[in-house]
Design a protein around this ligand. Structure first.
Ligand SMILES: Cc1ncc(COP(=O)(O)O)c(C=O)c1O
Length: 413
């Protein structure tokens, strides 16, 4: 018999589900930011209580602070199967993409071209579009208005010998389809083009195989993957070495810190290993083989997550399909190899805002809006003020919560 995710075990790891003030909210705004497990909270508390000093000094608390921060870097590198010197940790993906665009703009000459999409969140569009001030040409890979998908055939028409960078999301925070980054990277590399992937809406549901896909750069937000409010930007080492130093002048080039003048927030970095502790706990609860590294363990956990999320999606989508006044964005499949468990829709003759507000009064956390993917909404002909209703689920959501949501929607839409 195949294993399934022990949802009770999972939810017991999250203090928010034990607290009488918060436990009854059916929370479906996970794409905006996820809850954090006790392992993260406890480490944050410990750091703030015992080691809130400048790290890497010679006295006990300072040594410990530095060790805890290094531990997080090591664990996260192992989880993602990348080198400890192949990523920066910054405050947000928006900021990391901005830094990256500044760190590599000297690679570009006037008239060179960057391709951005209109399916993406603004984080992996805006920073690049600003380079038009430097006479870089920005081209838009436009989604198919009917399917909401990005089609690789359309991308091929945009590529020429001046194209230097393609910026594209792994998953859109509205459409939720999984874009085929392997195919896009292969196409790009055949044409000597770099790819910057946005994994923010992907990484709560899987661990992207950054090396296997061959990505040049890839960013995601740790606060949307059960961690503190930080974001990670991966870059291939040989490329990071060619970025401009945006930090202090160092005596020797300190890759990857050169890209990140602010450096990571200490307490948040220290508690980040609480995230890998959480994954270890989930792994140990479901599996026994200890001869695996964190990346391999993570992949096994996410297989369980995959089935659980599919189950939630199947329930929600089969309900939504019965509602004639609902226009669903993107694929109507619950299959996780095609889309993530984020569902956006509009309702005929009912504002998205009113649905979100009513839901809030009924103990359901959903939101409406453009979610900073206003170009995507415009491309689909949707009013950006009222926007869509978005329901985004992760592995700690229960079938009972989805039933509560369906009961509410059945009456209100
Ligand atoms: C797909 C996607 N990309 C980028 C971002 C921006 O992330 P951050 O808030 O870390 O800047 C978001 C945030 O919602 C997102 O959903």
């Amino acid at each position: 018999m195949s294993k399934s995710l022990d949802i009770e075990f999972v939810r017991n790891k999250f203090p928010v589900f034990q607290n009488s003030k918060t436990k009854d909210l059916a929370f479906f705004e996970n794409a905006g930011g996820t809850y954090v497990p006790d392992t993260v909270i406890n480490k944050l508390n410990k750091f703030m209580t015992e080691t809130k000093v400048q790290p890497y000094g010679d006295f006990a608390s300072s040594i410990q602070a530095g060790d805890e921060m290094d531990n997080s870097i090591n664990k996260i590198a192992e989880l993602l199967n990348i080198g400890t010197d192949e990523f920066i940790i910054g405050p947000s993906t928006t900021m990391n993409m901005f830094l990256l665009s500044h760190g590599i703009k000297h690679w570009l000459n006037k008239g060179d071209e960057i391709i951005v999409t209109n399916q993406d969140h603004e984080a992996n569009i805006g920073a690049w579009r600003k380079l038009s001030d430097e006479e870089i040409t920005i081209k838009e890979w436009t989604l198919n208005k009917d399917s909401a998908e990005l089609e690789v055939e359309d991308l091929k028409l945009l590529i020429n010998e001046k194209t230097k960078i393609i910026c594209v999301c792994h998953t859109s925070n509205i459409v939720a389809s999984i874009n085929n980054l392997s195919e896009i990277v292969d196409l790009a590399h055949q044409n000597n083009i770099k790819v910057v992937g946005d994994g923010v809406a992907y990484m709560a549901h899987d661990i992207a195989d950054l090396k296997g896909i061959g990505l040049d750069f890839y960013g995601f937000s740790l606060y949307k993957t059960f961690g503190p409010h930080l974001a990670l930007l991966y870059g291939r080492k040989e490329l990071l070495e060619e970025t401009k130093n945006l930090n202090h002048e160092f005596l020797s080039k300190e890759i990857p810190l050169t890209l990140n003048p602010g450096g990571p927030n200490h307490e948040e970095l220290a508690c980040l290993s609480g995230l890998t502790d959480y994954y270890e706990d989930i792994y140990n609860h479901h599996f026994s083989d200890q001869n695996l590294n964190l990346y391999e363990k993570g992949k096994k956990i996410f297989k369980l997550v995959y089935s659980h999320e599919e189950q939630l999606m199947e329930k929600l989508l089969s309900f939504l399909k019965t509602k004639n006044n609902v226009t669903l964005i993107g694929k109507s499949t619950h299959l996780r190899n095609e889309r993530m468990p984020t569902v956006s829709f509009t309702v005929k003759n009912k504002s998205s805002l009113s649905i979100a507000q009513e839901a809030g009064k009924n103990g359901i956390g959903i939101r409406n809006g453009d979610f900073y993917a206003w170009r995507c909404l415009k491309g689909l002909g949707i009013d950006t003020n009222d926007g869509v209703i978005r329901i985004s689920m992760v592995h700690y959501n229960s079938v009972e919560e989805v039933e509560k949501l369906i009961n509410f929607l059945d009456i209100s839409i």
